[in-house]
Design a protein around this ligand. Structure first.
Ligand code: AKG
Ligand code: FE2
Length: 334
């Protein structure tokens, strides 16, 4: 049977091969075939055109990179994307965090190549601070700037719970206008209000198997900022002409949790005061400096202030106090 079929196919092929162009055109289905054939060939042509277009585009991008340098191309894209300050565009911030990494302008490794530990200093003059640390991207810890702060005795979970009580203008202010970072607790804390509604035992780590939590928020509400500033003062070492930012940043949470490794896109360097608890920081140089700069890990103790430009150093934190939550307050400075 299969031999018969094979012979038939062979004879059809032979007949086809012997057909002239006229014979083909006179075939009953020639028109349909021709339309089908020409459509197919257009499709092939479209694919070639598309490939040529992509190739051309790649050629333009590579040529501009080789002429003006990758950092300028990336910087240009970065500038375009971030000409809106994404940290004021709350809904965009988390989604664009990855883009900050990708389009970040390259960092000069001068800022990190000679740093192998974080210095702790005290009794520094404004002039010395300005010259050595304020605008040099050189992180430092100042140990004597919170001595007279009422925050040291007064800031705790219950203090903030009272300020941000349900229906208060302070809570509404934060929920409507400021940023809130729930970090690993994002499935359970949608707003700052949820943080202050958690049960007492968890907030105060009363059970051994309590569920850890860590959050941060910016306080952009003027009357709350005024109230909080009764409990702390502007660090004495900040340059006289530097304006204090109107925003306070508060980070609070239990041991074991903290902020994931990230780099920021805010305007200025910051100070952060460790009011309560102990927090471990890991600072990582930008990837282009891995070969000459070291990653730094250190603990900020209660009563100490860390100065860090979070726009050039990747940073992550983890609360490491034994049995106490960590509370910090900080701000940007110029
Ligand atoms: O204090 C923290 O846990 C994170 C702080 C931070 O990311 C920042 O200040 O930029
Ligand atoms: Fe940060």
């Amino acid at each position: 049977m299969s031999k018969e079929i094979n012979e038939k196919i062979q004879s059809i092929i032979k007949q086809c091969e012997s057909l002239s162009n006229d014979d083909i055109e006179s075939l009953p289905n020639y028109k349909k075939f021709k339309i089908f054939y020409s459509k197919k060939s257009h499709k092939t042509c479209d694919i070639y055109l598309l490939c040529a277009f992509i190739f051309g585009l790649l050629a333009v991008i590579t040529t501009s990179i080789s002429y003006i340098g990758i950092e300028h191309v990336l910087y240009y894209s970065y500038d375009k994307i971030f000409s809106i300050n994404i940290y004021h565009e709350e809904c965009l911030a988390p989604k664009l965090e990855t883009l900050i990494d990708i389009f970040r302008p390259t960092t000069s490794c001068d800022i990190c190549q000679h740093i192998d530990h974080i210095e702790r200093i005290s009794n520094i003059t404004r002039e010395e601070f300005e010259e050595k640390y304020a605008y040099t991207n050189h992180p430092v810890i100042i140990t004597d700037a919170m001595n007279d702060w009422l925050a040291l005795e007064n800031f705790n979970y219950e203090f903030f719970k009272r300020i941000y009580r349900t229906n208060s203008s302070a809570l509404r202010g934060v929920e409507d206008n400021c940023q809130f970072f729930p970090y690993k607790n994002k499935d359970e804390f949608e707003t700052l209000g949820d943080v202050f509604n958690m049960d007492f035992d968890r907030a105060h780590m009363i059970d051994d198997d309590y569920k850890p939590w860590y959050v941060g928020w910016s306080n952009c509400d003027y009357s709350t900022a005024y109230l909080l500033r009764q409990y702390y003062s502007r660090p004495y070492f900040l340059p006289e002409r530097s304006e204090s930012s109107k925003l306070d940043w508060i980070f609070m949470g239990t041991p074991g949790f903290g902020a994931h490794m990230h780099i920021d896109n805010v305007d200025l360097p910051s100070w952060q005061a460790q009011v309560r608890g102990r927090k471990q920081w890991t600072l990582r140089p930008a990837p282009e400096c891995f070969h000459i700069c070291k990653e730094l890990t250190f603990i900020v103790e209660p009563g100490e202030i860390i100065i860090l430009n979070t726009n050039v150093w990747y940073h992550k934190t983890s609360v490491v106090s034994e049995d106490e939550i960590s509370i910090t307050i900080g701000s940007e400075f110029d």
